[in-house]
Write a protein that binds this ligand. Structure first.
Ligand code: PHE
Length: 464
């Protein structure tokens, strides 16, 4: 990044921006969360819904966030307020940015716990803990880790410390350079594992499971999970992409850049699915077992394959790296906000926000053991944070941004920002004003009906 005359830093190049945005988007969401969401929501039914959510809701909202950032040239809250002012609208729109920053803080707390599992697994695989043992025994290693609060705390702390150091010292440019090499390597590693899966007995079952949706399985819960995951995986609804957009130069084509981010992110998630499900089916594991899925299936494969120890160590190291580049983008908006609104400098802002996140993370990790019976609205703390952010806060904040950009930003600005006119402009307006917001609203409405005990399909059948 170099500083330009407007005193706001800019990405040195389009590649630099893409690396950072892909670094934020690609992380535990793609490799840990996507497969277990697929498993819990009926396989292909989820994949199908998720792909639609990415294309018609995630992609336009990504463009809208980047646009607000580039126009507003500031953190998410100030950027929303500025763009609102430029369009003679109320600065109350800034509250959308505020909710995003709050969500980022909540997400980082449990994200760091999972990042800790990933670091822990570098060591476990490296020491050959999984070599030659049965799938059941691999499952027991995972359950053993979950039951041990001290162990979880140790690795959560290590992950959080890494994140704090990276953000406090602003070594982000070094990370960006590293990601030029490591992100493609993660892709290669996944492709190799898909290759391994192709020769296993579970491959055709996995293909069928992922890509032959049973449409009858699509219900309100599946749709809301898919929508929430689309936001999570593209880092939307948290102001992260607004912050990143503010560093984006005028000359950069937003539509093209956003498409690259979406394609890479979705590609990595699908590869992860193709790598994991053959192992699930070849070893008769349970696809719907939840957050432990990759930490049980992958070590089973690493324990069996030749060179599995080395490949396993490389894999979990790359996963940890991908998680760190995402975590740093989650902490950044919180730090920026503290820096701006309090007398604290950057280092202290990072330490304070990192420490508060770390404490909340402890509550999340205790929900796997000591506090497992403590429930909020029927959820343990971990699931509560995940559900509150993923299913409610992110979609709501994203809805706010797209309604704002679709309905309250002058057409002239949109034309300038997106370089569109004629038909493409019409398509944008239809998507930004109707398709994306109505999509989010329908998902919410059906969820609320669901909570009240009605099924949307039943109601439609009743009226139809
Ligand atoms: N998109 C990241 C992932 O999929 C997580 C993340 C969410 C990062 C929101 C930043 C902001 O792992």
């Amino acid at each position: 990044m170099s500083t330009n005359k407007h005193s706001h830093a800019q990405w040195g190049s389009r590649l630099g921006f893409i690396l950072a945005a892909v670094g934020s988007a690609v992380g535990l969401g793609n490799i840990w969360r996507f497969p277990y969401m697929v498993g819990q929501n009926g396989g292909g039914a989820f994949v199908f819904t998720y792909l639609i959510c990415i294309a018609v809701i995630g992609f336009p909202i990504l463009i809208a966030e980047l646009m607000v950032g580039r126009r507003g040239q500031s953190n998410p809250i100030t950027a929303m307020a500025r763009v609102a002012e430029q369009n003679n609208r109320s600065t109350a729109w800034a509250s959308v940015g505020f909710m995003g920053v709050l969500a980022a803080f909540l997400i980082l707390s449990f994200y760091s716990v999972i990042g800790g599992w990933s670091i822990n697994y570098i060591a476990k695989v490296g020491m050959g803990e999984f070599t030659g043992i049965s799938a059941d025994a691999v499952g027991n290693v995972f359950t053993g880790m979950l039951g041990d609060a001290k162990e979880l705390l140790k690795w959560h702390t290590v992950f959080m410390l890494f994140t704090i150091v990276i953000v406090a010292f602003g070594v982000t440019s070094g990370l960006e350079r590293a990601s030029k090499l490591l992100m493609p390597l993660l892709g290669v590693c996944l492709v190799a594992m898909v290759g391994y899966g192709m020769f296993s007995s579970g491959f055709s079952a996995a293909l069928d499971y992922l890509f032959s949706p049973r449409f009858g399985d699509i219900n309100a819960e599946v749709i809301l999970s898919a929508l929430g995951h689309a936001f999570f995986t593209l880092s939307l609804g948290m102001g992260v992409m607004i912050s990143y957009g503010s560093y984006l130069g005028r000359e950069i084509n937003l539509l093209r850049t956003a498409s690259i981010v979406v394609v890479m992110d979705t590609g990595i998630a699908l590869l992860a699915g193709l790598a994991i499900f053959p192992i699930v089916f070849a070893n008769q594991l349970d696809p719907s077992q939840g957050p432990g899925l990759i930490f049980i299936t992958l070590p089973v494969a690493f324990g069996k394959m030749g060179g599995g120890v080395i490949i396993g160590v490389i894999f979990f190291a790359l996963l940890t790296f991908a998680a760190l580049t995402s975590a740093m983008s989650l902490l950044e908006p919180v730090v920026e906000l503290l820096e701006e609104k309090t007398p604290l400098n950057r280092a202290f802002s990072t330490i304070v926000s990192g420490a508060v996140t770390w404490i909340l993370g402890i509550a999340a990790l205790l929900s796997f053991n000591e506090w497992s019976s403590f429930k909020i609205l029927g959820f343990n703390i971990f699931d509560f944070l995940d559900t509150l952010t993923g299913k409610f806060m992110l979609p709501l904040a994203g809805l706010g941004v797209i309604i704002f950009v679709g309905w309250f930003v002058h057409r002239k600005i949109i034309r300038e920002e997106l370089h569109i006119s004629g038909t493409s402009e019409l398509v944008w307006h239809i998507v930004a004003r109707f398709v994306a917001p109505i999509g989010v609203i329908i998902v919410f409405a059906s969820q609320i009906l669901d909570l009240l005990g009605y099924k949307l399909a039943d109601l439609l059948a009743y009226f139809g």
